[in-house]
Design a protein around this ligand. Structure first.
Ligand code: HSE
Length: 339
């Protein structure tokens, strides 16, 4: 299976590490012979090698802050030119999220689907803004369009709903959908200043390229919209739902809430209201005894209310390099793995 990596930042590098580490297991257990034939990154440069790029070398260059130009097969052209020129089975779209326009990722995804490539993305913009369109295009072309990593990174929430909870009717989903803000609120409770913690979240690869997206709630809003569109089957844009972040929550408010047996959490929700689907993002004071109140750090958790099992809760990493890289591996195995 020939892969094209569009974007070689945190997520794609996490994936590359996993592909190297799990090469033997992927061959033996899933019959998967994976080759990354192309990498295109707006800042780091591009390379195309039909026999497969040396991922260890690509990682070494990226970690040293060097361009990919030293790889054999230097490619002159942008991501769209690479998608047009490349002979590949699946594209991994892992460029930065632009939640207002969904670009340039949406154009990359459309081009790859039109060429008959399967697509997996961790990019929230295209799925929050254009899911129904992209899913239709993929169906028309007879290929898969997968996006496990767009909501709570590699913790397999979307697979859980699609595969394991098949046949259940979902009435509500509610939880902690953003790792950065949960990490910030947890560390502030330990007395760490907001600015220091935000910087640490960036260093750990949790925060978005523009951290406003995390702290103002937009990232959680994108995920709420993705859940509304993909699980609840509507076609809405993020501005359909009210959204508030954590910037108004001070250290004093956190300490005062704690003294009353409460804890602030940034909660994202989607629910059915008669025939319509509603959503929201905002900080909530929760009793310390509430299961979501005990979820700390960059960990995320979502409670899924169903007609079959009542409430099912999934808890796991919501951000991070290998954690999000793993979400892409799940989708690659879903497309090409033998099980
Ligand atoms: N910035 C996001 C978060 C990354 O903190 O949850 C995962 O979508």
């Amino acid at each position: 299976m020939r892969l094209l990596l569009i974007g070689f930042g945190t997520v794609a590098q996490g994936l590359a590490e996993l592909l190297l580490e799990k090469d033997k297991e992927l061959r033996e257990k899933y019959g998967l012979d994976l080759k990354v034939v192309g990498i295109s990154d707006m800042l780091k440069g591009s390379a195309y090698v039909p026999d497969g790029i040396d991922l260890a070398q690509a990682l070494k260059l990226a970690k040293a802050g060097k361009k990919l130009d030293e790889l054999p097969g230097k490619f002159d052209g942008d991501a769209l030119a690479m998608i047009e020129a490349a002979d590949a089975d699946m594209m991994v779209e892992a460029t930065y999220t632009d939640i207002k326009t969904g670009e340039p990722a949406t154009s990359h995804i459309r081009a790859a689907l039109n060429k008959g490539m399967h697509v997996t993305t961790t990019n929230k913009g295209p799925v929050a803004l254009f899911y129904q369109d992209l899913a239709r295009l993929a169906a028309d072309k007879g290929v898969k369009f997968l996006y496990e990593g767009t909501v709570i990174s590699g913790t397999p929430l979307l697979n859980l709903i699609r595969e394991t909870l098949a046949g259940s009717y979902i009435t509500e989903m509610k939880g902690i959908l953003n790792g950065t803000t949960n990490y910030i609120l947890s560390e502030m409770e330990e007395g760490q200043p907001y600015d220091d913690v935000l910087k640490k979240a960036q260093e750990l690869g949790y925060a978005e390229a523009v951290p406003d997206a995390d702290v103002l709630g937009w990232d959680a809003l994108a995920k709420v919209t993705i859940l509304a569109n993909t699980v609840f089957g509507v076609d809405v844009k993020p501005d359909a739902f009210p959204c508030k972040g954590i910037t108004e929550i001070s250290a004093d408010m956190i300490a005062e809430a704690k003294a009353r047996g409460k804890r602030y959490k940034l909660i994202g929700k989607v629910w059915r209201d008669g025939d319509s689907v509603k959503g929201s993002v905002g900080p909530e004071e929760m009793d310390l005894s509430h299961p979501l109140a005990g979820v700390m750090g960059a960990t995320n958790a979502v409670t899924i209310s169903t007609d079959t099992l009542s409430d099912v809760t999934i808890v796991g990493p919501g951000a991070g390099r290998v954690e999000t890289g793993y979400s892409v591996l799940i989708d690659i195995i879903a497309v090409g793995g033998q099980r």
